[in-house]
Ligand binder design. Structure first.
Ligand code: NAD
Length: 416
């Protein structure tokens, strides 16, 4: 059970606040609050032992007024349709904040991928992709990895889609392996964007990464590289965690040794270069910057008043409940919101899609320079809006993005 309300309630409350500030009517509010299309599929899996098991999967296109749907695919036992709806709505705002020509979408399958073999996961993925096929495509809806999925999952989706269409269509997914049309820099793009926005937020206080102590919750595709990049840039990464537990060391963890340990043990737990602490303790550590990079609603009414960090940089989607958000704001904690902080992944996904459409690939240096430029531009637009309207960075980001999406609707007009 998630603390406070679920992610969909949080996402809807955020939208309601932005609509009220922007002065749109209830019709526009309802249009922006309601997913444009959603599909709910049953996925029967033939297990390696010959038995059959059934899973439920979803694909939600929240909004496609600015372009095709864009968003990740999550494999996690807690996936349900409301979580997917919330994540799809956040994707709409995220793409609008960084001015990508996309709407927002998300997919999920309620499955614990660690309990299944690679062959079983491949069958689940191909069946899921087949079931949602009428809804996806490079001009309709483009998938990417999220929790529990990776570049191999994307290769299976791309292959299933391509075989059924009769020719190779790399632009149907992003975050795929380089060998089949992936982009340089995509695997670390979300983390790199998180580091860019952290640095931009610190600069506003006259600080830089070597001046701060950081705790990172979640050591997956986003949290792992982000922790390494922070450390490389001179920050002291004093604690990291995954779902099994956390480790802490005053003065900073030795990142290279930690990553070696994780490669061996599959978890940060047991690393001898720090002391074990709990995930709850990590969130309330005496550090300057807290980076939740795991799941939703880890900061809630029950712990937000104990957060000691001055900056919370939301690498995860929706890590803060509405109640926690208000408590942090009242205490002067600066929250760099998810739709801005973790947008680096979708920015380079966009670059990957553009490259695949043109069949012309860019250098890593080019991608990194363009990513930095987009992230810093978006940060300064959000910060400027927040200052002008006397809002938090989250409300500033929502104001900008909801306005962009609502204006696309207004200008296109209503059919018929
Ligand atoms: P991942 O599956 O690679 O990693 C998730 C990490 O979080 C793992 O280390 C896992 O052990 C840990 N974790 C799970 N539950 C936890 C808990 N309760 N406490 C502490 N740690 C926990 O997933 P990811 O792709 O790194 O995604 C992490 C977050 O970032 C998600 O919210 C995702 O939606 C968001 N995100 C990901 C991308 C991307 O490009 N992968 C882009 C934007 C946003």
């Amino acid at each position: 059970m998630l603390p406070d309300d679920g992610p969909l309630a949080t996402a809807r409350a955020q939208l309601a606040g932005a609509v009220r500030r922007l002065g749109y009517d209830e019709g526009m509010h309802q249009m922006l609050a309601t997913p444009r299309r959603e599909i709910n599929v049953a996925i029967p899996l033939r297990r390696d032992d010959g038995t059959t098991e059934l899973f439920h999967g979803y694909r939600v296109q929240h909004n496609v007024s600015r372009g095709p749907g864009k968003g990740g695919l999550r494999y996690h036992p807690a996936v349900d349709v409301d979580e997917v709806r919330a994540l799809a709505m956040w994707m709409t705002w995220k793409c609008a904040v960084v001015e990508l020509p996309y709407g927002g979408a998300k997919g999920g399958v309620t499955i614990d991928p660690r309990q299944y073999s690679q062959a079983e996961l491949e069958r689940v993925t191909r069946r899921y992709a087949s079931e949602i096929m009428p809804m996806i495509g490079p001009e309709r809806d483009i998938m990417a990895p999220d929790i529990g999925t990776d570049e191999r999952t994307m290769a299976w989706v791309m292959d299933t889609y391509s075989v059924n269409q009769g020719y190779t269509i790399p632009a149907v997914v992003t975050g795929k392996p380089l060998e089949v049309g992936g982009s340089l820099g995509r695997a670390t793009a979300t983390s790199r964007g998180v580091v860019h926005t952290t640095r931009a937020a610190l600069h506003e206080a006259g600080l830089d990464l070597p001046d701060v102590r950081i705790a990172v919750q979640g050591f997956g595709k986003v949290g792992g590289p982000a922790a390494a990049m922070y450390a490389e840039a001179g920050a002291r990464v004093e604690a990291v965690s995954d779902e099994n537990g956390a480790v802490h060391r005053d003065g900073g963890l030795h990142m290279h040794r930690l990553r070696e340990h994780v490669a061996r043990a599959g978890t940060v737990v047991g690393f001898d270069g720090g002391d074990p602490i709990t995930n709850d303790e990590l969130l309330t550590l005496d550090v300057d910057v807290l980076v939740p990079a795991a799941v939703e609603h880890v900061l809630h009414a029950g712990n937000a008043d104990q957060v000691k960090a001055h900056w919370v940089v939301e690498a995860a989607n929706g890590p803060t409940t509405g109640a926690a958000d208000r408590m942090l704001e009242d205490r002067g904690v600066i929250v760099v919101p998810d739709i801005l902080a973790n947008a680096g992944g979708v920015v380079v996904s966009y670059f990957e899609w553009v490259q695949a459409q043109q069949a012309y690939w860019w250098s890593e240096a080019e991608i990194e320079a363009r990513l930095a430029e987009r992230m810093l531009h978006a940060y300064s637009e959000v910060a400027e809006t927040a200052r002008r309207e006397e809002l938090s960075l989250r409300d500033g980001a929502l104001l900008l993005s909801v306005h962009r999406v609502a204006e696309a609707h207004r200008i296109r007009g209503l059919y018929p």
